[in-house]
Design a binder for this molecule. Sequence first.
Ligand code: ADP
Ligand code: MG
Length: 326
Amino acid sequence: MALGEFEIIRRFFSDIGPADAALRGVGDDCAGLSIPPGKTLQLSVDTLVADVHFPAAAPAALIARRALASCVSDLAAMGATPWCFTLALTLPDADEHWLTEFAAGLGDASEHFGLRLIGGDTTRGPLCITLQVMGLTGTGKVLQRNAAQPGDIIWLTGATGLARAALECACLATPDAAPAADAIFLDAYYRPQVPHRFAVQIAGFARAAIDISDGLIADLGHIAAASGCGAQLDCARLPLAAAMLARFGSESALAFALGGGDDYQLCFTAAAAASTRLQSMAAAAGIIVTAIGEMTDGGGVALSNLPAGFELPVSGYQHFSQQGDA
Ligand code: ADP
Ligand code: MG
């Protein structure tokens, strides 16, 4: 390694994200967090393995952006305000150019989402990124998967399927060389627009929530299972991006929207009486929300208004399943 471990940490990872006096960060044996009274710390860890979760050859800044967005999405799903994170980085070599780009992308993403890098670990091996994100919720203002009730309206922020559509683009690993028509898909893949501020606004007001990482059907299924009820999803109401319809046709677009993952949008439920207030909160926040169904007394996810002959996509990526091994 041309650059030593400590040199890498000092140069690239010692000042990422907004400073906060309540955080003791990089440089000692442990980081320290002074949790404000009355707040609950929400934390989540995710590992992103090169060529499993992202193309290793992709621009490093985009790898960083996508990695942090996908983790902040878990905080959003709890209604937590992003606060800080740690980074365990395994690198095949100390490539100064790659590290410069990666740190720049990570810095931009940290400022965007408002969380500070407070520590980590740096090792040598196949490229792998582990991020542990931490956020804060106020008393009674946490969104959980198990809080949906029959009769709740099911809402979706933004649209799903675009990140799945990116996997069909020839330039997934080289987005800078992609034709302009692919930009919308690649952008959704590398720069997911996590509704992190809106998520905090609806905490304590919406009931259950989950972020769409495995696919809409699979993730909505987690809400239904955890809440002990069913979900009726109206396929005719799903927002389908015009670019996705034009490029892939209505069948594939619907399959991507129902089964594709990595969108990092929010699916949440709220009492029907809250609909008007929710819509005005979303409009004020510049977030598009769509009512896509209703929670029921049943179990699982039932789909209505599927086109005749439509074959349901296999939904929900699982490591170690035959699908994941492929
Ligand atoms: P230790 O040997 O005590 O585990 P390390 O040598 O691993 O300490 O790390 C030294 C300091 O640098 C610690 O504060 C650690 O949190 C931080 N650190 C190491 N790698 C990273 C990284 N990739 N990003 C941010 N901080 C890091
Ligand atoms: Mg260490």
